[in-house]
Design a protein around this ligand. Structure first.
Ligand code: PMV
Length: 327
């Protein structure tokens, strides 16, 4: 994760950040209920920052088809806002230190294997890796607490009213028991367990499902508060099950959480179909994960059943699966 420098003339700093998946509590977490999320290290964002001969700050992010100089981007562009937040104002002259050559600037290369807008934390991972690499390049490394704070501000540009769970799990790179506005609680599974992630391939902006849930909550507050309370209980029991080495209990909790998310109107026929296919293939439970309507679902499998659950998900229409061990 940390940065590294090499050579007198050329200085390259690298940093990376994992993807994430929410195990329990999405949506309810926006209303101050607890949620559980874990890092998914098979997918990640990698950022390289180096000095350049050309003036300006150049950003290359092929996965989002971005190749631009900082000043040509709007200041509320999520990547531009992260960079502007780290540079001393005004941005020029750039404090390039010993690696500076001529009228040189900075080149930032962002690559990612995290699918965009599908509940795997791509936006927060870009911000975390970018902040780590750039602050290290500027020789002003930041604490996790500060990084988390900065990324939360950027998350608002992506999501409107984010709970902060994505930035927290990705910054700390550990399972988190998250309650909005409360001190960060990370935790350790008592026994490793296997999750299969299935991607519907349908991009679903979290901002929209969160906005829809808010409108429904305003109309029928008591009913929605009851659902959020039930979800909170599930998150609480799930954390105990994980910590005490009883991950097999999570299956039933996932099914229950999925049913409550259906009541919040954030599931979809595709997500329901994948959850059912996973259960039929031997998963102990399944639910949508993240904002819903599209994006990803998760299933609890054993190491032995994970491959067949993943195959069943593909047969049922999943565009991609990831098998990940939570430990
Ligand atoms: O879709 P994701 O995984 O980025 O997460 C959304 C989680 C919500 O609870 C729906 C929103 C939030 O900000 O926590």
């Amino acid at each position: 994760m940390g940065g590294s420098r090499s050579g007198d003339l050329l200085s390259i700093v690298k940093a990376s950040a994992p993807g994430k998946i929410i195990l329990f509590g999405e949506h309810a977490v926006v209303y101050n209920r607890p949620a559980l999320a874990v890092p998914v290290t098979q997918i990640h964002v990698d950022v390289e920052v180096c000095d350049s001969d050309s003036a300006g700050i150049w950003i290359h992010a092929p996965v989002i088809d971005l190749r631009a100089e900082l000043s040509t981007l709007p200041s509320d562009h999520p990547i531009a806002s992260v960079i502007l937040g780290l540079l001393p104002s005004p941005p020029a002259p750039l404090p390039l230190g010993e690696g500076r050559r001529g009228e040189g600037g900075i080149e930032i290369h962002i690559s990612s294997t995290i699918p965009v807008a599908s509940g795997l934390g791509s936006g927060a991972a870009v911000s975390v890796a970018l902040i780590r690499a750039l602050s290290s390049h500027l020789q002003k490394p930041l604490t996790n607490e500060k990084i988390n704070e900065l990324v939360y501000e950027t998350e608002k540009l992506y999501h409107g009213t984010p709970s902060g769970i994505d930035n927290t799990v990705i910054t700390y790179n550990m399972p988190v028991y998250f309650i909005k506005g409360q001190p960060i609680v990370t935790f350790q599974p008592g026994k490793p367990f296997t999750i299969v992630i299935g991607d519907t391939g349908i991009p679903a902006p979290t901002k929209e499902s969160v906005g829809d849930v808010r409108r429904l909550w305003l109309r029928n507050t008591n009913h929605f508060e009851d659902i959020f309370n039930e979800i909170a209980q599930i998150s609480l029991i799930a954390r105990r099950a994980i910590e005490s080495g009883k991950p097999e209990w999570l299956g039933e909790l996932m099914d229950h959480n999925h049913a409550l998310l259906q009541q919040l109107t954030v599931s979809s026929p595709e997500l329901d179909k994948l959850a059912a296919a996973a259960r039929d293939a031997g998963a102990l439970g399944a639910k949508l994960s993240g904002g819903g309507r599209g994006g990803n679902m998760i299933a609890l499998a054993t190491q032995a059943s994970a491959e067949s659950v993943a195959e069943a998900l593909i047969s049922a229409g999943a565009k991609r699966t990831i098998i990940t061990e939570i430990k």
